[in-house]
Design a protein around this ligand. Structure first.
Ligand code: RM4
Length: 260
């Protein structure tokens, strides 16, 4: 039980990688607070998805709450931490995972698409990390923060000019927070998922040629699964990584290093 009796917050916890992190944390003994964003787009935090993941966690014998909110708003992180402490008495781990990637060309990128993506992916990570770190500092028993950056922090994407800078920023945020929060025993690291099959990229990967390109480019021969990332987040959140902070872990099946 790598996270026995820990309290874990997961943003974007109702789907994809976030959902896998929430369930993996519960499997390792944690109680879990998930954040979700009940947008007018049914694919964002649809209530049924939230109920499913809460049910999965409770079926593992752990407690779970769901708190709706757009992480791009500073008050969301504050409310999320408050509700978590009210429910479970503390915060030990933050998985700052919420993120969007509305693929779009650069030359006609609407300002609002850029602003929304930066707001959720980078500003949101900043605000939630700040809120969780304040609580961890007050508790005085350290903590672990794991951000979902991306392989896109290291490489570009022609349809992701608004997105890749946010993932580079999330990685850099963890490096700086590792320094700022180290004195309080709070570790900050990021995972860098490669191409993981989730609803974030389902439309993009519906292009069979693109999917085949990725599978050929990945030495392990398959797209990633959310669980592949979640287990790495659990490692970085656990005491197995007690001397790891300011680091980044590529979880990409070898794609990044595969030029030829
Ligand atoms: C990742 C990477 C993947 C893409 C997701 C949405 O950073 O670029 O290829 O599917 O973003």
């Amino acid at each position: 039980m790598l996270l026995k009796d820990k309290v874990v917050i997961v943003t974007g916890g109702s789907r994809g990688i976030g959902r896998a992190i929430a369930v993996a944390s519960a499997r390792e003994g944690a109680d879990v607070a998930i954040n979700y964003w009940g947008d007018n787009d049914a694919s964002y935090g649809r209530r049924s998805a939230v109920e499913e993941v809460l049910g999965e966690i409770e079926a593992l014998g752990r407690r779970a709450i769901a708190v709706e909110g757009n992480v791009a708003l500073p008050e969301t992180g504050t409310e999320l931490v408050k509700r978590t402490v009210q429910a479970f008495g503390k915060v030990d781990v933050l998985a700052s995972n919420a993120g969007i990637c509305p693929f779009h060309a650069f030359l006609d990128m609407p300002p609002e698409v850029l602003e929304t993506t930066v707001g959720v992916n980078l500003n949101g990570a900043y605000f939630v990390t700040q809120a969780a770190a304040r609580q961890m500092k007050e508790q005085g028993t350290g903590g672990a923060i794991v951000a979902t950056s991306s392989i896109s922090a290291l490489v570009g994407g022609g349809m992701q000019t608004h997105y890749t800078p946010t993932k580079a920023g999330v990685h850099s945020l963890m490096q700086s927070c590792a320094i700022a929060l180290g004195p309080y025993g709070i570790r900050c690291n990021s995972v860098m998922p490669g191409t993981i099959a989730t609803d974030l990229n389902a439309e993009d990967l519906a292009d069979e040629a693109k999917k085949a390109y990725f599978e050929k480019r990945i030495p392990l021969g398959r797209l990633g699964r959310p669980e592949d990332v979640a287990d790495c987040v659990v490692f970085l959140a656990s005491d197995l990584a007690r001397y790891v902070t300011g680091a980044a872990l590529l979880v990409d099946g070898g794609m990044f290093v595969n030029l030829q």
